[in-house]
Design a protein around this ligand. Structure first.
Ligand code: FES
Length: 137
């Protein structure tokens, strides 16, 4: 049978386990940015978005109606079309040329139109307000 007692030189050895920072969890997690989706009938849904996810992914994860996302976020379908509230347009930014091209296929496109799969959730977008069109393309 093996002797499991430490030998006399055990304290000089490298420890088997080293302390690591506590993983992120409910006790030390940062607040998540809140995003409000308003549908064409005026129903408001506010959900928490994960930083790094897209506004489209956040909608799908939270069962927000009005965003279909048929291409899964590849900027190839325009069924994730949203209107960015005027107060947020400068923060959200303008669409890329590729997104603008795809928006041409959207329904009732306006100057505030964006494809929600092309908007990344950041801490700066906490409080973002979006509207979904009457229907997707
Ligand atoms: S999910 Fe298809 S363009 Fe956004």
């Amino acid at each position: 049978m093996a002797d499991i007692a430490p030998s006399s030189g055990a304290s000089a050895r490298k420890p088997l386990y080293e302390a690591r920072p506590a993983p992120a969890g409910p006790c030390n997690a940062l607040p998540m940015p809140k995003i409000t989706y308003i549908d064409s009938e005026g129903t408001t849904r506010t959900v928490e978005g994960e930083v790094g996810a897209t506004v489209m992914e956040t909608a799908i994860k939270n069962n927000v109606p009005g965003i279909e996302a048929e291409c899964g976020g590849a900027c190839a379908c325009a069924t994730c079309h949203v209107y960015v509230d005027d107060a947020w347009r400068a923060v959200v930014g303008e669409p890329s040329p590729m997104e603008e091209d795809m928006l041409d296929f959207g329904f009732d496109v306006r100057p505030s139109s964006r494809l929600s799969c092309q908007i990344k959730v950041t801490d700066e977008l906490d409080g973002l307000v979006l509207r979904t069109p009457e229907r997707q393309a």
